[in-house]
Design a protein around this ligand. Sequence first.
Ligand SMILES: O=c1ccn([C@@H]2O[C@H](COP(=O)(O)O)[C@@H](O)[C@H]2O)c(=O)[nH]1
Length: 285
Amino acid sequence: MIIDRLYDEVEKKGNVCVGLDTSLDYIPEKIKKKYKDIDEVIFQFNKKIIDCTEDITAIYKLQIAYYEAYGIRGLFGYMKTLEYLRGINALSIGDVKRGDIASTADMYAKAHFEGDFETDFITLNPYMGFDSITPYFKYLDKGNKGIFVLLRTSNPGAKDIEYLDVGGKNLYYHVGDKLEEMGKKYIGKSGYSLIGAVVGGTHTDEAIEIRERYKDMYFLIPGYGAQGAGGKDVSLYLNEGNGGVVNSSRGIITAYKNYEDGIKNFEKYTREAVLSMREDIGYGR
Ligand SMILES: O=c1ccn([C@@H]2O[C@H](COP(=O)(O)O)[C@@H](O)[C@H]2O)c(=O)[nH]1
């Protein structure tokens, strides 16, 4: 199952999920001048990041908005990056956060688990109801695709809805309990399910309870670095160093900007950002 592959990647390489949130503002002028089309500029920048981090990165997450924002060329950049990751046998998450009625969800599933935009995992938004999630299960049945469903997100606004009291428990626990139950059917040999959850590393007060309560769930943990979460925070969501991947996007792909010689030594600084994040999370301890 694909979740077992992710588990093994984390064992070998650590918990870092590099976020390829590729805004043109992050790309050095040198690359922008070298390639005529935006898709190639985006792809070449992503390729540089992937090539210097692949052996220390468990999985890459592409937030689709950063590609959609550049229209059809941006989406070509998205497609090329995913093709490249598949070619080197690296895992990918399409951070698409879909949620819609079942007939539309069927088409979203086809769009992101097959064809040009195929990824290993996608993110889903469950707050339209569980019938917006179940249409993806036919891909889970084959074992080679997985989902990360928004549970308790990293943004301050998580408190507005996700924390609402529903029958004596926070709404996100209501969502999580149902996901854990549905996920029992999809547990791999690692002990984790193809139905995972997104939990923001920026809120830590309930982290231990969430980890304890959802033993089968693999976590995608955003919020590290640019949003303020640190290694100690995110590691509360892990289980003996596994059970989750920690995303950092801006913190890694713009790391080179912190140095005067950043453009010249782009690969060195990008790699250092992943290595220091991996250590901060507790790799090797
Ligand atoms: O709760 C959530 C869910 C998703 N995200 C996404 O993760 C990255 C974070 O980027 P940084 O630059 O490391 O802050 C981004 O793609 C978000 O859309 C999240 O932040 N929180």
